[in-house]
Design a protein around this ligand. Structure first.
Ligand code: ZN
Length: 490
C-alpha cells in the first residue's frame, strides 16, 4: 500500500498516516446545518473529503466516512446564544422544524450529487442522538468539568484548562481566548464568557426541546460531533475533517468534551480545509456576495457573469490545495471552464488514438502516472496532480496531431490515468457525456433549477421565472408547464 501523508492541524506538521486498524480508515467530517440552500462554503469541504475518501479506497483501504447533519442546537450567536437557526427558519416560514430539515437536507444532497460528491457511509442527525449527548454530559459532570446553572449545563473551561490544555488545536492559551470573548451581559447563566453550553434550558418560545434530568431543553452545538463520532467510529478514530472556521471554538470544544468524558481527545489526525473568498472578500449574507450552489449552476446571481457547471466548480476547487484560500471570481471560473474543457476533450480523443511506437522503459507517461499518485499521497496535493494530467493532455494532443508516436503500453496507461485518477479519485467526469451517471447528474441539476423557477413563480417574480426558461432554452432545454408540474426535454 502506498504511504499517505497528511498535515495534522494538531501537530502543525505533515505526518505519515498510520491507521488505528491496518487497512481501515475512520473519517468524521462536520456536515451542514440545514436551514438554507447549500452554498459555496459547503462545496469545498464536501469535495476535499470526497477526494480523500476516493484516494484511500483506490489505495485499497476500507473507509467508514461519517458526515453529520446538524438539525438542532446550532444557535445564531457564537453558536451558543440566540435563536436556533433551524427553529428560526421554521418560525419565519411557518413550518415544522423537521420540514425545514428535510427540505434543505434534500437540497444539499441534490447539490452534492451534481458536484459528483459520493454520499458518506453514515449520515447521522444530531436530533437522533439526544440520548448519547445526554450520556456525555453526565460523564463530564461526574468528572467535575461542568456545572449546572438555572437548568442549563456549561463546560467549565477554566477548571479543564488547569488539568489539560484548552486551545491545543488552535494553538491558543486561555489568556488569549479570554481577550477574544465578549464580557457576559449579566443575563447569562455562565460563570465565564468562554464557557460553552452542553445543555440549554429551553425558553417558553423555543420549539425544539427534550426532557432531561436538568431541564426541558436541548444540547449545545459542539456536543453532537463528540457523540456521533464516538458512536460510529469509536473512542479513538483516525481523521476528523472540517472547514478552518470550525477549528475554534467548535473543534476545540469537541476535544475538551472528549477528554473530559472519555479520557482522550479521540482524534489522531485533524484536517482543515481553508476558506473560500469571493472577489477577495469573505462570503457573507450581510456583504451581499452570498452565492448558493443552485445559483452558481443556473447563473442567477448578480455576482455571476454566467452559469457554471458543477464540474467546473469541482475542477476549480481542486485546482487549489485544500489548505490554501481560494478566491472565486468570474475570470477565475471562466479559466477553469476552459481548462476543464481541454482536459475532457483530450480524454475523449484518447479513445481514438493508435499505438505505433515500441514500448520504452520509464516513459514520460509512466512518470506522469507515478507523479500523480505521489502528489495525491502528499497531503492531497490536487493542483499538482492536475498539472501532471495536463502534461498527459499535451502528449495526447501531440499524438493526435501526428507529432509523436505512442506505444500500446503507454496508451493503456493513459487510459488508466484518466479513468482511475482523473475520474475515479479526483471525480472529474464529462457531464455532457451520454450514460446513466451523467443522466442522473442532469436530472438532479434540472430538479434544482426547476425548483428555483417554481419559487420565483410562487413569489410572482415572473421576470426571473421567464429568465430561467429563456436561459434553459438557450442551452437547448425546453420546459413545459402542466398540471402535473414542469416537464423538460433536451
Ligand atoms: Zn462538528
Amino acid at each position: 500500500m502506498r504511504e499517505v501523508y497528511i498535515t495534522n492541524t494538531l501537530s502543525r506538521q505533515k505526518e505519515l498516516f498510520k491507521p488505528i486498524t491496518p487497512g481501515m480508515v475512520g473519517l468524521y467530517v462536520c456536515g451542514p446545518t440545514v436551514y438554507g440552500d447549500a452554498h459555496l462554503g459547503h462545496a469545498r469541504p464536501a469535495i476535499t473529503y470526497d477526494v480523500l475518501v476516493k484516494l484511500f479506497k483506490n489505495l485499497g483501504y476500507k473507509v467508514r466516512y461519517v458526515r453529520n447533519i446538524t438539525d438542532v442546537g446550532h444557535l445564531e450567536h457564537d453558536a451558543d446564544e440566540g435563536e436556533d437557526k433551524i427553529a428560526k427558519k421554521a418560525r419565519l416560514e411557518q413550518l415544522e422544524p423537521m420540514e425545514v430539515v428535510q427540505e434543505y437536507t434534500e437540497r444539499y444532497h441534490e447539490a452534492m450529487r451534481a458536484l459528483n460528491v459520493a454520499p458518506p457511509s453514515i449520515e447521522p442527525r444530531a436530533s437522533g442522538h439526544i440520548i448519547e449527548q445526554m450520556g456525555i454530559i453526565r460523564k463530564i459532570i461526574d468528572a467535575g468539568y461542568a456545572y449546572e446553572s438555572n437548568g442549563s449545563i456549561y463546560f467549565d473551561v477554566e477548571k479543564y484548562n488547569k488539568d489539560h490544555h484548552y486551545g491545543i488545536l488552535s494553538g491558543r492559551n486561555l489568556e488569549e481566548t479570554k481577550e477574544g470573548t465578549r464580557d457576559l451581559d449579566g443575563q447569562s447563566d455562565k460563570r465565564a464568557p468562554f464557557d460553552f453550553a452542553l445543555w440549554k434550558k429551553a425558553s417558553p418560545e423555543h420549539i425544539m426541546h427534550w426532557p432531561s434530568e436538568w431541564s426541558e431543553g436541548f444540547p449545545g452545538w459542539h456536543l453532537e460531533c463528540s457523540a456521533m463520532s464516538e458512536k460510529y467510529l469509536g473512542r479513538e478514530f483516525d481523521i476528523h475533517g472540517g472547514g478552518m472556521d470550525l477549528m475554534f471554538p467548535h473543534h476545540e470544544c469537541e476535544i475538551a468534551q472528549n477528554v473530559a468524558s472519555r479520557g482522550t481527545g479521540g482524534v489522531h489526525y485533524w484536517m482543515h480545509n481553508n476558506m473560500i473568498t469571493i472577489n477577495g472578500k469573505k462570503m457573507g449574507k450581510s456583504l451581499g456576495n452570498f452565492i448558493t450552489l443552485s445559483e452558481l449552476f443556473s447563473g442567477n446571481n448578480d455576482v455571476l457573469a454566467q452559469a457554471y457547471s458543477p464540474m467546473t466548480i469541482r475542477f476549480f476547487i481542486l485546482q487549489a490545495h485544500y489548505r490554501s484560500t481560494l478566491d472565486f471570481s468570474n475570470e477565475a471560473l471562466q479559466a477553469a471552464e476552459k481548462g476543464l474543457a481541454k482536459m475532457l476533450t483530450a480524454a475523449k480523443d484518447l479513445k481514438s488514438l493508435q499505438a505505433k511506437a515500441a514500448a520504452s522503459e520509464n516513459s514520460e507517461v509512466q512518470q506522469i502516472y507515478e507523479k500523480c499518485y505521489e502528489a495525491l499521497c502528499d497531503d492531497l496535493n490536487t493542483p499538482v496532480a492536475l498539472s501532471h494530467i495536463f502534461d498527459a493532455v499535451r502528449i495526447i494532443n501531440s499524438v493526435k496531431a501526428d507529432q509523436m508516436q505512442i506505444s500500446s503500453e503507454d496508451l493503456a496507461l493513459l487510459v488508466k490515468l484518466f479513468d482511475e485518477v482523473l475520474g475515479g479519485i479526483l471525480g472529474i467526469v464529462d457531464e455532457s457525456a451520454q450514460g446513466s451517471k451523467s443522466a442522473t447528474v442532469l436530472e438532479g441539476l434540472m430538479d434544482i433549477v426547476l425548483k428555483e423557477r417554481q419559487e420565483a413563480k410562487a413569489a410572482r417574480n415572473w421576470a426571473k421565472s421567464d429568465e430561467i426558461r429563456d436561459q434553459l432554452k438557450a442551452l437547448g432545454i425546453t420546459i413545459k408547464d402542466g398540471k402535473e408540474g414542469t416537464e423538460w426535454s433536451l
